[in-house]
Design a binder for this molecule. Structure first.
Ligand code: UDP
Length: 350
């Protein structure tokens, strides 16, 4: 007799990490459904997922904060074993400019989805947290026990609050097993070259900006400050291939399934600090394309350096990153080439 597959609801399944996680979940034989309102993505993502995996993922279009929608999904699906909650707004500068929208969206949607999980006895819950919870920290690398400094942005604050909320809920409802994954800086694209980062507006993160400068969509990369006290004066981050981060969600679900009760935090990074210049050099090395750069002012809210200690994820989840930053940048470039070969960019040179 065939064993029933575990059914996982992914919120934000069309997003950058969500879509890569869906591929890993399908590979691991999960039955996946999604809720996404396409606020920063398009439905093409599900066509791409189908091309890669052969599976059509059912996506319910709408907002996770919409309780009536969640109930309709449950009625239709009949049972859900676990939830991975990706859906959230994620731009640091945008959150500084419009904090109400960030608190309303990120806290509101978490509140409705975790209430939904509790109501329907869904026992596995994975939350997308962020390295932004550490705030402007000086003791490196950071591990899950590192005391948090005040968050540098409303975005980071929504993740700190989300973790606090989930900790209290797990304490009061031990049957609800929770893993909170603190992502460092996801980069790269799926090895097929058919799926990658595709935000609707202009990118704000370094890796897609490098790609734009390499392909003359923009004149250059403006490096936000080269006078930090780091080895080359530019900021240090922990870049990690998006498929490595995605795979950790499968590991987290398998881990949760084995627990009686659980509320654990895991860092997901490479464990290596890389400067802005080093990431650009990694890209230049694998593609043999010179990226024009200019030095600009420091960006408000930037920390000088942060990178992870990921030993807990290795020990408890059996998770270790498989891709190097060179491989990640190469895959991002391949994704870009595949995209432009189909559709020339309409964005003007900036
Ligand atoms: N950065 C930069 N120029 C850009 C975008 C980013 O120099 O056009 C730097 C930024 O100051 C930071 C690093 O690249 O030190 C990573 O920035 P990103 O926005 O990708 O991630 P986050 O700051 O959220 O970690």
């Amino acid at each position: 007799m065939n064993k029933r597959k575990q059914k996982i609801l992914v919120t934000g399944g069309a997003g950058y990490i969500g879509s890569h996680a869906i591929i890993e979940l399908i590979d691991a034989e999960y039955d996946v459904i999604s809720i996404d309102n396409f606020s920063n993505s398009t439905k093409d993502t599900f066509t791409r997922i189908k091309k890669i995996t052969g599976v059509s993922v059912r996506n319910y279009v709408g907002d996770v904060a919409d309780v009536a929608l969640l109930e309709r999904v449950f009625k239709k699906e009949k049972h859900i074993d676990g939830i991975i909650h990706f859906a959230a707004l994620k731009s640091v500068p945008e959150s500084v400019a419009d904090p109400i929208r960030y608190y309303e969206n990120n806290i509101g949607s978490l509140f409705s989805i975790i209430s939904f999980a509790k109501k329907h006895n869904i026992t596995q819950f994975v939350f997308s947290s962020s390295a932004a919870v550490y705030g402007d920290i000086t003791k490196l690398p950071v591990n899950e026990k590192t005391p948090l400094a005040p968050p540098a942005s409303p975005y980071g604050a929504t993740k700190v609050m989300g973790e606090m909320m989930l900790r209290d809920i797990a304490h009061a409802s031990p049957e609800l097993k929770i893993a909170m994954l603190r992502y460092f800086n996801p980069i790269g694209a799926h090895t097929s070259g058919m799926l990658g980062e595709l935000p609707l507006g202009a990118p704000a993160n370094l890796a897609p900006i490098i790609i734009e400068a390499a392909s003359s969509v923009r004149k250059n990369v403006t490096i936000f400050g080269n006078n930090y006290s780091t080895r080359d004066g530019t900021c240090i981050r922990d870049y990690i291939h998006v498929s490595d981060i995605a795979r950790a969600h499968v590991d987290a679900l398998r881990f949760l399934q084995k627990q009686k009760n659980c509320c654990e935090i895991f860092n997901l990074g490479s464990g290596k600090g890389v400067t802005v210049l080093e990431l650009i050099q990694a890209f230049e090395k694998v593609t043999e394309i010179v990226v024009p750069v200019t030095i600009g002012k420091r960006r408000a809210g930037d920390m000088a350096a942060i990178y992870s200690d990921c030993r807990k994820a290795k020990k408890m989840l059996g998770w270790v990153p498989r891709f190097s930053i060179q491989e990640a940048m190469q895959s991002a470039w391949q994704w870009h080439l595949n995209l432009v070969s189909k559709k020339p960019s309409k964005r003007a040179l900036k």
